[in-house]
Design a protein around this ligand. Structure first.
Ligand SMILES: [Zn+2]
Ligand SMILES: [Zn+2]
Ligand SMILES: [Zn+2]
Length: 151
């Protein structure tokens, strides 16, 4: 398959995943699966893992299925889509779980306009601890107003 199409599919998948993350967060995690997301807003146990981590497993399963279709069924597009989902999940984990929530104590000092804005936007999301009200459901895409305030 032509390299450019391959790269295009990979990048498109990565971008669509930002939309999927936003959609899942707003309508599913703060919807009928709130019971799984709740402990990310208000921790009620001592485990390092959160019930909220199930959402990573869900997307990991989808990318594993795509890798499987690529390697055993010859479906070329399974690889760029599977990798796009995997890389987005990794980026989400690095930014959201490690950088913002410090589940591992690294990247603490990362400080530029983007990291300040992203942290500020997500803190806005966490101001609410209930299912109903909320804002800033996206992750890597940060609304412009958070850049202005981030100076
Ligand atoms: Zn939330
Ligand atoms: Zn969070
Ligand atoms: Zn959240």
């Amino acid at each position: 398959m032509h390299t450019l199409i391959w790269i295009g599919v990979f990048l498109a998948t990565f971008c669509i995943m930002e939309f999927m993350a936003w959609f899942t967060h707003k309508y599913i995690m703060h919807g009928f699966l709130w019971s799984l997301h709740k402990d990310h807003h208000k921790k009620d146990h001592d485990s390092w893992f959160e019930r909220n981590d199930s959402f990573f497993l869900f997307y990991a399963a989808i990318s594993i299925i795509l890798f499987y279709l690529w390697s055993y069924k010859g479906l070329w597009i399974g690889l760029p889509i599977g990798l796009g989902i995997f890389c987005y999940g990794l980026a989400y984990f690095l930014v959201h779980d490690i950088f913002i929530h410090q589940r591992f104590k690294i990247f603490k000092k990362a400080s530029n306009r983007y990291t300040k804005a992203i942290r500020r936007a997500h803190k806005t999301h966490h101001k609410h601890i209930n299912k109903e009200d909320g804002e800033c459901f996206g992750m890597l895409w940060v609304p412009f107003k958070y850049y202005k305030e981030a100076k």
